[in-house]
Write a protein that binds this ligand. Structure first.
Ligand SMILES: Cc1cc2nc3c(=O)[nH]c(=O)nc-3n(C[C@H](O)[C@H](O)[C@H](O)COP(=O)(O)OP(=O)(O)OC[C@H]3O[C@@H](n4cnc5c(N)ncnc54)[C@H](O)[C@@H]3O)c2cc1C
Length: 465
């Protein structure tokens, strides 16, 4: 690869100020939020401002066979944007415009660098919301979250990112620009390419414009904290509420390790002696909220829970701040935070919770468990020190067993964080060799040289000369 010539030609497209080549600048792009993953300085970082510039970059990358790593805010938790030394990072910080709010069609069209919260702030005056809300909503970008098909606290009732993406503009590996989907509520023309790109983790194409569906903000909502002295009581409540035909907007769990850690971090008034808490919210029109809240409270009590209802917005915000603090709070405990994303059918949550306790004891590791219990998406978080080789071997064995257990229970490797580098070795466990081969053939069809985010999701296909 002729790095010098490639960079010279790239500079002609972007100008020197939007092509970062200094060592300090490049270090900022050598890693992401995933723990215990390799770090590599990229060759350079490109900051395009338009689709045409992205297409120009990809034409050059194809000509010079340079691996390209699309990057939003780098908050993904699966090693999804970690570059190789000879690769170019494309950052979308300069492509951060909301292109259109279409209130008649209830859609928004954005560039990939728009931060999710910025979109929500822009649609709030119209009484609308964009529901996907990962805990990183204040920093994560629309491009990154579509590429991961991120979930969040409202996933149980509102679904994940792919449920909201209606149309895309995509730049392919060779610089071809194409569009799929649009603003129509119904669209069954051809293959569903929009869904193909959602969750494709930057391995199939680069999204340069995204059209998403908006929904009316709920008129009313009620948030509750249910406190349990037995983990099983909390687990039974999760399935019990759904069996009673209530789908809360949010049903989050925190185990005792998490409760203590979060309380020490943000003093939210959580009950540190409890075995587990559930944080619940129902929303909708006021009469329905009233009725559903009563059912939720009843089911909690039947399973040994004590319920506190948030009396006002401040108390509600306090609850959700506590939940959002779970990851940063755990990250204070030890130098390394290995956060997993194993997901099981909701009915298997009790078994998965017990298995996590057993795995923690077996490998003598500390696991804090919290997550989106209502959709079976737990986040067992192991705090450790990646400099301690012996400890990390136990951590890796514990993680292996977590994924084997989730798959054996009919679950999946990832509910929302994606595969990236971190979980790529488990792909055959879920899809079998033939399933992985189908994905590799799709990758080869759209990116025959293997230059788009190589090594992620479908494994290390070589960059072709
Ligand atoms: C504190 C914290 C809380 C979190 N909570 C949640 C949560 O509740 N739910 C959840 O799902 N995730 C959560 N995450 C993970 C993370 O925030 C999400 O995966 C997020 O959507 C990533 O967005 P990003 O802009 O940081 O993308 P990045 O990390 O920069 O990139 C993610 C992937 O998208 C690709 N990509 C980026 N832009 C493009 C583009 N324009 N075209 C094609 N591919 C592109 C990258 O190559 C990479 O594969 C959390 C992370 C943190 C640190």
């Amino acid at each position: 690869m002729a790095g010098g010539d490639f960079l010279k030609e790239l500079q002609a497209v972007l100008g020197p100020e939007r092509l970062l080549t200094g060592t300090e600048d490049r270090w900022c792009y050598a890693f992401d939020a995933a723990a215990a993953q390799p770090k590599h300085l990229p060759l350079a970082v490109a900051l395009p401002r338009s689709t045409e510039e992205v297409a120009g970059i990809m034409k050059l990358a194809t000509a010079y066979r340079v691996p390209v790593y699309p990057r939003g805010s780098g908050t993904n938790l699966s090693g999804g944007v970690i570059p190789r030394e000879d690769g170019l990072v494309i950052s979308f910080v300069e492509m951060n415009n909301i292109l259109e709010l279409d209130i008649e069609n209830l859609t928004a069209t954005v560039q990939p660098g728009v931060v999710i919260q910025e979109l929500n702030d822009a649609v709030a005056p119209y009484g609308l919301i964009y529901p996907p809300d990962p805990g990183s909503v204040a920093t994560a970008t629309m491009g990154g979250s579509v590429a991961e098909s991120s979930g969040g606290l409202r996933g149980l009732k509102y679904g994940v990112t792919k449920d909201y993406v209606m149309g895309l503009e995509v730049v392919l590996a060779d610089g071809t620009v194409f569009h799929c989907g649009g603003k129509t509520v119904k669209n069954v023309s051809g293959y569903d390419l929009v869904k193909l790109f959602c969750g494709s983790e930057g391995t199939l194409g680069i999204m340069t414009a995204i059209t998403v569906r908006l929904t009316p903000a709920p008129e009313a909502r009620r948030s509750m904290l249910a406190v349990f002295d037995r983990l099983e009581g909390a687990a039974r409540t999760i399935t019990g509420i759904i069996a009673n035909k209530v789908i809360p907007a949010t049903m989050e769990i925190m185990d005792n390790v998490t409760i203590r850690t979060v309380e020490a971090y943000c003093h939210a008034g959580l009950p540190v002696e409890a075995a587990a808490v559930l944080l619940l919210e129902v929303d909708g029109i006021p009469a329905v909220v009233e009725k559903e809240a009563a059912i939720v409270e009843r089911v909690c009590r039947e399973n040994g829970g004590q319920v506190r209802v948030a009396r006002d917005d401040a108390e509600r915000e306090n609850l959700w701040t506590a939940r959002r603090a779970a990851l940063p709070a755990c990250a204070r405990l030890r130098p390394t935070t290995v956060l997993e994303d194993a997901t099981v059918p909701r009915s298997k949550i009790p078994e998965m919770l017990l298995a996590l306790e057993r795995i923690a004891r077996k490998y003598n590791v500390s696991i804090a468990t919290y997550g989106h219990a209502g959709d079976g998406n737990l986040h067992p978080t192991i705090t450790c020190d990646e400099r301690d080789q012996e400890e990390m071997e136990r951590v890796h064995r514990a993680v292996d067993e977590i994924f084997h257990t989730a798959i054996a229970l009919g679950g999946t490797l990832s509910g929302e964080h994606g595969i990236g580098l971190a979980k790529q070795k488990y792909m055959e466990l879920e899809f079998g060799a033939s399933g992985v081969a189908v994905m590799q053939r799709l990758k080869q069809a759209l990116d025959p040289l293997g230059i788009l985010n190589p090594g992620k999701l479908v494994g290390p296909l070589p960059v072709k000369e």
